[in-house]
Design a protein around this ligand. Structure first.
Ligand SMILES: Cc1cc2ncn([C@H]3O[C@H](COP(=O)(O)O)[C@@H](O)[C@H]3O)c2cc1C
Ligand SMILES: O=C(O)c1cccnc1
Length: 353
């Protein structure tokens, strides 16, 4: 059995008894029932996922997966593909958006080269897990082979497994790959049956004519490849990407190892969607960081069954939303762990039940 099959087989639904017990404890805290709203959901779910009513939240890590896309030659992005390796070096220097926000939130960022079309040599700090030097242009045939797809998924699974051994309490996803909103829109179109126009947006900021072209490119890619929505690996291989596969693997690995995973924006959610299509129990382990400006995002979130935590009009990716959402999830867990109960504080409880 390979690592992917093995991982899919061990993912269980989140423990319902622990969810209930965590909520019971929250209900005894010195506050009206439910008054901390979604923080209570975060606390309850975090506890049940990690298997502890007093979960540790110290070590928080975002994995930012980088990969290139053959479809960029069709003019789907406002930026050239050279920006992918340039931004990888920026991440390693600590100068990108995700670095700043992660530092702010007390989160570590790890950068994974799963498919950049550039030779980084021995770049210090870079996790070299290169499966291929970018995908192929999906307008001309499948973006990846099935073997490449599984290899990239297993990169993510392996990283989640190592994170568990290290004692990482919370995982986050991020990505960098010029052109990657195009495969992300193709993925949600393939599963949802929405028209390509309904799920395709401006990515890095393309204008109206380029957006029309992007829609046509995705329509052609879907027509040429005919991905089978009942076979998530087929969709991922034909119109997906290496970093999207890495993210899908990290999400699967998180679920298999009972680590809460915070999914960033549009591209990350495409990866999470693949993971959920491969095993529906994965849904219970996911926190959706924020709602992206990309118009297809809400259809992805609906399909994953996740309610985004933040709405900051973000459209950057990298893990920026995940970094900020982690702080709120941790706040929820602290309520569960640190707030006094009515009994402890000598406060009278609700008299009208
Ligand atoms: C400087 C720069 C930094 C970024 N960081 C994330 N992205 C984001 O934009 C890209 C997706 O948009 P599209 O599909 O339109 O190319 C991805 O790399 C994503 O991570 C960036 C894009 C740029 C230009
Ligand atoms: O929501 C995202 O993750 C996103 C949107 C546009 C461009 N890059 C990332």
């Amino acid at each position: 059995m390979n690592l992917l099959t093995e991982t899919l087989a061990v993912i269980k639904p989140v423990d319902a008894a622990l969810l209930q017990e965590a909520q019971r404890r929250l209900d005894n805290k010195t506050k009206p029932l439910g008054s901390l709203g979604r923080l209570e959901e975060f606390a309850r779910r975090f506890a049940a996922i990690s298997g502890s009513l007093e979960p540790d939240t110290t070590k928080k890590v975002i994995y930012t997966f980088a990969g290139d896309h053959g479809v960029v030659e069709e003019g789907v992005s406002a930026f050239p593909k050279e920006v992918t390796p340039q931004m990888v070096l920026n991440f390693l220097n600590g100068g990108a958006g995700v670095n700043v926000l992660a530092r702010h939130a007390g989160v570590e960022v790890r950068v994974v080269d799963v498919g950049v079309d550039y030779d980084f040599g021995q770049a210090p700090g870079l996790l070299n897990r290169k499966v291929a030097r970018g995908t192929r242009n999906f307008v001309k045939g499948p973006a990846m082979t099935r073997e490449e797809t599984v290899a990239a998924l297993e990169v993510g699974i392996e990283l989640a497994r190592e994170a568990k051994r290290e004692g990482v309490a919370m995982l986050g996803t991020g990505e960098m790959g010029i052109g990657n909103t195009t495969p992300s829109s193709a993925i949600i179109a393939a599963f949802s049956g929405k028209t390509v126009e309904e799920v395709t947006h401006r990515g890095t900021g393309i204008g109206d004519r380029a957006l029309e072209n992007k829609v046509q490119v995705i329509e052609r890619g879907l027509a040429v490849n005919r991905p089978d929505p009942k076979d998530p690996l087929d969709v991922l291989a034909k119109v997906g990407g290496l970093e999207i596969a890495g993210i899908a693997g990290l999400v699967l690995g998180a679920a298999a190892n009972r680590i809460p995973v915070v999914v960033d924006g549009f591209i990350s959610t495409a990866g999470a969607l693949i993971a959920c299509e491969l095993n529906p129990h994965v849904r219970g382990y996911i926190f959706a960081a924020h709602e992206s400006v990309e118009i297809g995002h809400r259809f992805m979130l609906e399909r994953v069954g996740a309610e985004p935590i933040l709405d900051l009009h973000f459209r950057l990716g990298e893990g920026t939303g995940a970094a900020l959402a982690m702080g709120l999830i941790e706040a929820g867990v602290k309520v569960l762990k640190e707030m006094a109960t009515f009994e402890q504080a000598g406060v009278e409880g609700n008299t009208v039940r």
